[in-house]
Structures are given as structure tokens and as C-alpha cells.
Design a protein around this ligand. Structure first.
Ligand code: C2E
Ligand code: CA
Ligand code: CA
Ligand code: CA
Length: 271
């Protein structure tokens, strides 16, 4: 705005204008991504203490016609800002649920669960509970095999509304995981208020867990607290055997990270 003064005006460089134009173009392209079938789901395994696969986290990718395969960091924020996240989120959920439905009658795959990320903007949609219930019903996926991954930042706007919706989703049998645990500001109160089934220890505590006593102490506290509350703990971002052994020694039951597998299309996963 003009009233912000000279300093702000000086920021309006051609580079910024170019970036803004790029962002607008990306937003227009993103609008076509779902109808034109450009989104992909990659699946990253979750393993138990023995290293056996117990499920997957579904992570969205965008096969951009010119720029190639884009990671969510390149477009999820834009999807949230433009309102496209509702459509993208439903697409992700439909894919994940049809996968679960396909596994349902195959004994080797039936026990596997799939976790899907849900963004704050999606949870604010007034019909989100009905939408998710409808996807489950249409697909025939067992609700107990589906987990929604939430971050605590998503509840900051209207906690009561969020809690009410999460209770309704939990009542359907869907699992609820608090993602990136330990990185927010009010984690502990959320553990009490939300009808959670799982807590995911953020990657930042795992990264130096074999070298940094403080990170290990935090991870230990998270595992202890979550276990006491009857929640399952997933350690994310496990990249080395040493990290795996350290976090397993704390009592963690499920693990995810490059050590066990990178996110990849399901055809590759099944092989
Ligand atoms: P997240 O939910 O914390 O997902 C984990 C991210 O860490 C993924 O990045 C994954 O590829 C990466 N990762 C997994 N294991 C390791 C590891 O051992 N080391 C390292 N360095 N990284 C690891 P990705 O796929 O780029 O996704 C980034 C974020 O985008 C996700 O973070 C999630 O917040 C968001 N996201 C992904 N898919 C969706 C979606 O369908 N909907 C929404 N709303 N958000 C999504
Ligand atoms: Ca996640
Ligand atoms: Ca995470
Ligand atoms: Ca994250």
C-alpha cells in the first residue's frame, strides 16, 4: 500500500513482479491440475519395531505439464490461499480410500493403513465431515484403516469448531494423528483436547537423536507422555540405523523415514 511509505515502494522490484506473475500463473495451472488428472499420490511406508510394513503415508505430487513433478512444498500453500485445497484434499482422500478398498479383500494387504494429510483450510470447510464420510461410504474403505494427519496450527482459528469436527470423524472410526509433534507452541493442551489416536514425533528431534542428548530427552518425554495417554507414537524422518535403534529404545512402536523407504508411486511400492 502507498501509505506504507518509501521503504515498501522500494521493495517493488521487477524480480518481485516476476515472482507475483509466476505465482498467478501457477495458481491458474493448479486450477486445472485435478480436472486434467495431473496429481499423483506417492506412498511412504510405516514400519513396526521389526521393520515390517504396517501402512503408508500418502503424499501428494503435482505432475506439472512444463515443470515436471512438483513436491507439495511448491503448491500446497498456494492451494490453501486459492481455496483449491478442498478439491485437492478430496482427490487425495478418494485415491487413498479406493486403495484401502482394493486391499480390503487381499489378506496380505488388508491390515495396512493409509494416512492422509489434512490442511487447516480443509478442516474449516463447513461440510468437511460429511464430505469425508461420503468418500468412505462410496469407496467401501474400512474407516479404521484410514488416519488423518493434522497439525496443531490448524486449530488455532476456531478450536471448538475443529474439536467438534474431529470428534465426529473419530466417531466414524477414523484414526487421528497429530503431525510434527513438538514443533508448535501448545502441544500439550492439544493432546488433552483432541480425540487423537496417534502422535508423530517431528523429524527435527530425530535428526540428531544419536548425538544430541537434549533431542533424545525430548523424544523420550514425547514417547512417555503419549504412551501414558494411550496414544500410538510414530517417529518420522528416520534415516539411519543408529537413529532407528535410539528411538526404538525409547519405546516408540512405529517408524517412518528414508531408512525404510522413500515416498513412491504404489506400483513401485508393491514390487
Ligand atoms: P509431512 O506431513 O511432515 O510429511 C513428511 C515429509 O517428510 C514428506 O515430504 C516426506 O517425503 C519427507 N520425509 C519422509 N521421510 C523422510 C526422511 O527420512 N528424511 C527427510 N529429510 N524427509 C523425509 P513431502 O512429501 O515433500 O511433503 C511435505 C509436506 O507437504 C508434508 O509434510 C505435508 O505437510 C504436506 N503434504 C503432503 N501431501 C499433502 C496432502 O495431500 N495434503 C496436504 N494438505 N498436505 C500435504
Ligand atoms: Ca504428515
Ligand atoms: Ca510430519
Ligand atoms: Ca512437516
Amino acid at each position: 500500500a502507498k501509505s506504507a511509505g518509501r521503504d515498501t515502494l522500494r521493495l517493488y522490484t521487477p524480480v518481485l513482479e516476476e515472482r507475483l506473475a509466476e505465482r498467478i500463473a501457477l495458481g491458474q495451472a493448479l486450477r486445472r491440475a485435478v480436472p486434467e488428472g495431473q496429481l499423483r499420490l506417492h506412498y511412504q511406508p510405516l514400519v513396526d519395531r521389526a521393520g515390517a510394513c504396517i501402512g503408508y503415508e500418502a503424499l501428494v505430487r503435482w505432475q506439472h505439464p512444463e515443470r515436471g513433478l512438483l513436491a507439495p512444498g511448491a503448491f500446497i500453500a498456494l492451494a490453501e490461499a486459492t481455496g483449491l485445497i478442498d478439491e485437492i484434499g478430496l482427490w487425495v482422500l478418494e485415491q487413498a480410500c479406493s486403495q484401502l478398498a482394493a486391499w480390503r479383500d487381499v489378506p496380505a494387504f488388508a491390515p495396512l493403513s493409509v494416512a492422509v494429510n489434512v490442511s487447516a483450510a480443509q478442516l474449516r470447510h463447513p461440510e468437511v465431515v460429511e464430505q469425508i464420510a461420503a468418500v468412505l461410504r462410496r469407496s467401501g474403505a474400512p474407516a479404521a484403516r484410514l488416519t488423518l494427519e493434522l497439525t496443531e496450527s490448524m486449530l488455532q482459528q476456531d478450536v471448538e469448531d475443529g474439536v467438534r469436527k474431529l470428534r465426529a470423524l473419530r466417531a466414524l472410526g477414523i484414526g487421528l494423528a497429530l503431525d510434527d509433534f513438538g514443533t508448535g507452541y501448545s502441544s500439550l493442551s492439544y493432546l488433552k483436547r483432541l480425540p487423537l489416536t496417534t502422535v508423530k514425533i517431528d523429524r527435527s528431534f530425530i535428526r540428531h537423536i544419536d548425538a544430541d542428548g537434549q533431542d533424545e530427552a525430548i523424544a523420550r518425554a514425547i514417547v512417555g507422555l503419549a504412551t501414558t495417554l494411550g496414544l500410538r507414537v510414530v517417529a518420522e524422518g528416520v534415516e539411519t540405523q543408529a537413529q532407528f535403534e535410539r528411538v526404538a529404545a525409547l519405546g516408540c512402536e512405529a517408524f517412518q523415514g528414508y531408512l525404510f523407504g522413500r515416498p513412491q508411486p504404489l506400483a513401485d511400492v508393491a514390487a
